[in-house]
Ligand binder design. Structure first.
Ligand SMILES: Cc1cc2nc3c(=O)[nH]c(=O)nc-3n(C[C@H](O)[C@H](O)[C@H](O)COP(=O)(O)O)c2cc1C
Length: 140
């Protein structure tokens, strides 16, 4: 299986989370690369069996909370039917960020199988389970 993990980051946490996801995939014999969401190689995307897209959460903690980088994600190439997953990193509460991100990826044609939110102070918590469940879903 081939996968690409795309990330949008301001301070690096989401890139780190993307690298943790990629490490867990690599340990499961997935051929995986990690790229900024604005740097898509169309051949690499076309050959991927699975695409993971992640970003960070921005807002005013209680109000206006949502996924950052939606402009770039809205310009992501169309990938009709491609199995996909979403993730975000946050500090306090991601609120509906995963659902908003999943909707944007669905709009680009991705078939979203799963999503996970990672707290910035513990970016490894839940990664192994997220990847294990995702790989089962993607293989089904
Ligand atoms: C301007 C700004 C606004 C933020 N707003 C929120 C928020 O409303 N809720 C939240 O849980 N985290 C919020 N965060 C925290 C980030 O989502 C968190 O630090 C994330 O891991 C940053 O990812 P990055 O290092 O990849 O940029 C905010 C961070 C910044 C810089």
């Amino acid at each position: 299986m081939r996968a690409v993990v795309y990330y949008e980051t301001l301070k690096g946490h989401t890139r780190t989370a993307a690298e943790h996801i990629a490490s867990a995939m690599h340990a499961a014999d997935v051929s995986v690369t990690v790229r900024p969401v604005g740097s898509v190689d169309l051949d690499e995307l076309a050959q991927a069996d699975l695409v993971v897209i992640g970003t960070w959460v921005h807002g005013l903690r209680w109000f206006g909370v949502g996924p950052a980088g939606m402009g770039k994600i809205g310009r992501f190439p169309i990938m009709t039917g491609k199995p996909a997953a979403v993730f975000c990193t946050y500090r306090w509460d991601p609120k509906q960020s995963l659902e908003t991100l999943a909707s944007a990826v669905t709009d680009r044609g991705g078939r979203v199988l799963d999503g996970a939110a990672f707290q910035e102070h513990d970016l490894t918590a839940g990664v192994r389970d997220f990847v294990a469940d995702l790989l089962v879903s993607a293989a089904a």
